[in-house]
Design a protein around this ligand. Structure first.
Ligand code: UDX
Length: 437
C-alpha cells in the first residue's frame, strides 16, 4: 500500500520505517528540515535502539522516503497523523495545534475514500471534531483513531509486534470500510496473532489515555508504598516482588524510585484530568491528581535524602548524577525526573555533574546551567555523593570497589533501586535506596 506518515518524531519516524519494513511504500513528512535531512540519509535524529539499522535496511529497498512537502501525500490512500500533542503552556490540557495543522495541511491532498489514521494521543472528542473538518472538504474520506502504545527504547519491536491494535471508526462497526484497509496495512502483525479491537472514535481515544493513566497509577502506588516502607523500616522492592506474584497484580511497573517522566505519562494524565473537567466528569479522575502529586514528591524526597547523605548541607557539595534520560535506552529528557533533581540540587548550592551515555546533548539544551561530562570515570572523580537516577545497564553494573578509589566520599543514592545494597555496603559505601532500609 502507499502510505504517508505526517510527523517524524519519536512516534512517526519509527512508524514510517516499520510500515516500510512491513512491505508498504511509505513517505514520511515533517516540517523540520533538519529531521528530514537526517532521516533521508538513513540517520535517526534521536536515539532509539534498532532504528538506524532499520532505516538503512528499508531505504535500500526504495520503499521509504522523507520530505517536507505535504503534496507528497497525494498518492497515498492511508495517512497516519503522528505529530506531538504536548502539554499547553501554563495549562494542563493538550496542545492540539500540531494535530490540527497536520490535518488541515493534508486536506487538499486527500482523494475520495482516503483514510486518515490518527495515532497521536488526543483528548476524547478530537476525532469527532476532525471528522467534521474533513467532511467539508472531502466527504468520502474517513477518520480512524488507532492509538499507539509503543514504549521508547522498544519502539521498533512494539510497532512491528504490538500487544494489540485498536481501530476507532465513526460507527464502531467491523463493517466500516476503513477496517478492511487497516487490516491490509497491519496484515503481518495480524497474521502473527496480534489481537485487534474495533471501537467507536471516543472509546479508541480513551483507550490510550486510560492505559497510560493505569500505568502511572501503578508506579505512583508503589512509590506511595515506598514512602510507607521508609516510615516503617520495610523494603519496597521485596514488597513489590511479593505482591507482584499475584498475577492479578503482576510485577511489571512496580519499580519504586524517582518516579515517572517522559513525553507521555505526565502530560497525558494532566490532559486527561483537564478533558474530564470539560466533560463535567472531573470527579472521576481526581485520583490522578494524587498520582501526579506522589510522583512529584519523589523528586523532592531525593533532594532531601541527598542533603542527609551529605551530612545535612548541600552547599558546595560535589554531586555526580548518573543518568539524564527519563529512562534507559533513550536520549529523551522531556520531563526527566533525573534532570529535574539535578537542577534542584544545583539551585540549592551543590556543584552538580551529570553524565549519560546518550542524552547529554538534549540535556544541555534543556538545562544549560548544569555541568555535563561524557566520561563516567571523569564524572564521578572527586564526588561527595553519587546519585544513580537512570538505570542504564552500565551504571547498574558499576563496580563499587573500583569506584571507591575515585570519589571523595563513598556515598551513593540509588534512585532506581537497582544496586545490591549488601555488595555496596561491603565495599565501604554508605548506600541509600528509596523505600529500602
Ligand atoms: C509510555 C507507555 O508505556 C507507552 O505505552 C505509551 O505509548 C507512551 O508512554 P514511555 O514514555 O516510553 O511509554 O515509557 P515507560 O516505559 O512507560 O516509562 C515511563 C516512566 O515511568 C519512565 O520515567 C520510567 O522510568 C518510569 N517507571 C516505569 C518507573 O518509575 N517504574 C516502573 O516500574 C516503570
Amino acid at each position: 500500500m502507499r502510505i504517508s506518515v505526517i510527523g517524524c518524531g519519536y512516534l512517526g519516524a519509527v512508524h514510517a520505517a516499520c510500515m516500510a519494513k512491513l512491505g508498504h511504500d511509505v513517505v514520511g513528512i515533517d516540517v523540520d528540515e533538519r529531521k528530514i535531512g537526517e532521516l533521508s540519509a538513513a540517520r535517526a535524529p534521536f536515539y532509539e535502539p534498532g532504528l538506524e539499522d532499520l532505516l538503512r535496511e528499508v531505504q535500500d529497498t526504495g520503499r521509504l522516503s522523507f520530505t517536507t512537502d505535504m503534496a507528497a501525500a497525494m498518492e497515498s490512500s492511508v495517512h497516519f497523523i503522528c505529530v506531538g500533542t504536548p502539554q499547553k503552556k501554563g495549562e494542563n490540557g493538550a496542545d492540539l495545534t500540531y494535530v490540527d495543522a497536520a490535518t488541515s495541511g493534508l486536506l487538499p491532498y486527500l482523494s475520495a475514500g482516503a483514510i486518515v489514521v490518527g495515532k497521536s494521543t488526543v483528548p476524547v472528542g478530537t476525532a469527532a471534531r476532525l471528522t467534521e473538518l474533513l467532511s467539508k472538504q472531502q466527504p468520502d474520506a474517513h477518520i480512524v483513531w488507532n492509538p499507539e502504545f509503543l514504549r521508547e527504547g522498544h519502539a521498533v519491536s512494539d510497532t512491528l509486534s504490538p500487544d494489540r491494535l485498536v481501530y476507532g471508526v465513526v460507527d464502531g462497526s467491523e463493517d466500516h470500510p476503513a477496517v478492511a484497509v487497516l487490516d491490509q496495512v497491519y496484515a503481518t502483525p495480524l497474521s502473527n496473532g496480534t489481537p485487534r479491537l474495533v471501537t467507536d472514535h471516543a472509546t479508541a481515544e480513551l483507550v490510550k489515555t486510560a492505559a497510560n493513566s493505569f500505568l502511572a497509577t501503578k508506579i505512583s502506588f508503589i512509590n506511595a508504598m515506598a514512602e510507607l516502607c521508609e516510615a516503617a523500616g520495610a523494603d519496597v522492592t521485596r514488597l513489590a516482588d511479593a505482591i507482584g506474584l499475584d498475577d492479578r497484580i503482576g510485577r511489571k511497573f512496580l519499580n519504586a524510585g524517582i518516579g515517572f517522566g517522559g513525553g507521555c505519562l505526565p502530560k497525558d494524565i494532566r490532559a486527561f484530568m483537564a478533558r474530564a473537567g470539560e466533560l463535567g466528569a472531573d470527579q472521576a479522575l481526581t485520583f490522578l491528581r494524587e498520582v501526579d502529586a506522589i510522583n512529584m514528591r519523589r523528586r523532592s524526597r531525593v533532594v532531601e535524602l541527598t542533603r542527609e547523605l551529605c551530612g545535612g548541607s548541600l552547599l558546595g557539595k560535589r554531586i555526580s548524577v548518573l543518568g539524564a534520560a527519563f529512562k534507559p535506552e533513550s536520549d529523551d529528557v522531556r520531563d526527566s525526573p533525573a534532570l529535574s533533581i539535578a537542577a534542584q540540587l544545583q539551585l540549592q548550592g551543590s556543584v552538580v555533574t551529570v553524565t549519560d551515555p546518550k542524552a547529554l546533548s538534549n540535556a544541555a539544551l534543556r538545562f544549560p546551567e548544569l555541568h555535563y561530562e561524557t566520561d563516567t570515570a571523569k564524572a564521578v572523580d572527586g564526588a561527595d555523593a553519587l546519585l544513580l537516577l537512570t538505570e542504564w545497564r552500565e551504571y547498574s553494573d558499576l563496580d563499587p570497589y573500583e569506584l571507591a578509589s575515585s570519589v571523595a566520599s563513598s556515598r551513593i543514592l540509588d534512585g532506581r533501586n537497582v544496586l545490591d545494597p549488601a555488595k555496596w555496603r561491603a565495599a565501604g559505601w554508605t548506600y541509600r535506596g528509596l523505600g529500602r532500609p
